[in-house]
Design a protein around this ligand. Structure first.
Ligand SMILES: [Mn+2]
Length: 253
């Protein structure tokens, strides 16, 4: 895969977990999007929605406002890239056609303005010790399963999504914390495989910016609205900064 050139000024955010039924989170995000100006590109590293069960979701009150705000942003000239998270991995061509965004099921390799390569992923692929989760992910995202899921009636899909969220809420506290976590080994291996010196992801909802020994610089973003929830790509570097809902992102390079 050719790397995607990411210009200076690009914003990277993730883990918005917007409720398809709407609410304060949706309203605040739409307002934030509508205030963005002169942003060449916005990359969302997954879990934009707390669940995406298919295009019928537009029947729920929170969905169309988000799709329309992304569309307005695209029309204003911002390129929008959206990665699949573990909650919204059914985002597809319908979402792309509505919003003008590009959907990336397995993350993307970016070429930064200085030519360096960076891997941008959701982050759940780094939870390699969580075997039961990885098995479930493998089954749920198999082409045949996705096809079957898409054909289910809307009310069944909603119930299934709610059931999966409930099962995950039950399973997650039962698993010992180190096993659920993103693994440094997995980060090192993936960075080596994709030949990058920088890996940016979300998923853990807890910011970190570390140099992995014998591996890449590894930035994990806070969930959107957190203290350090936004990366601004600089002319020759990236920094992890705070977007602060309601204020414009800081550039601290
Ligand atoms: Mn996630």
């Amino acid at each position: 895969m050719d790397p995607l050139a990411i210009p200076a000024g690009t914003l990277v955010i993730g883990d918005l977990h917007l409720a398809p039924t709407g609410g304060a989170g949706v309203d605040a995000f739409v307002e934030w999007l509508d205030r963005l100006s002169d942003v060449p590109q916005l990359v969302i590293v997954g879990d934009l929605f707390d669940a995406w069960v298919g295009h019928e979701q537009v029947r729920l009150a929170g969905t169309i406002p988000v799709l329309d705000a992304l569309k307005r942003l695209s029309w204003r000239g911002t390129r929008v890239d959206v990665l699949h998270g573990n909650r919204d991995f059914l985002l597809d061509g319908f979402f792309e056609a509505w919003t003008g965004a590009h959907v990336w099921p397995e993350g993307l390799v970016a070429a930064l303005p200085d030519g360096a390569r960076a891997l941008v992923v959701h982050g759940d692929e780094l939870c390699t010790e969580d075997r039961s989760y990885q098995r479930l992910k493998f089954v749920l995202r198999a082409r045949v399963t996705k096809g079957a899921l898409r054909r289910l009636p809307f009310f069944v899909k909603r119930r299934l999504a709610a059931g999966l969220r409930a099962a995950s809420r039950r399973a997650v506290p039962a698993k010992p914390a180190p096993r659920k976590a993103m693994q440094e080994n997995a980060c090192r291996a993936l960075a080596a495989e994709r030949e990058v010196a920088l890996l940016v992801c979300g998923h853990a909802h807890r910011f970190q910016d570390v140099q992995v020994e014998g591996g890449p610089r590894w930035i994990v973003l806070d969930a959107f609205g957190g203290e350090r929830d936004c990366v601004v790509v600089g002319a020759s570097d990236v920094g992890a900064h705070c977007s602060r809902l309601g204020s414009s992102p800081l550039r601290l390079l």
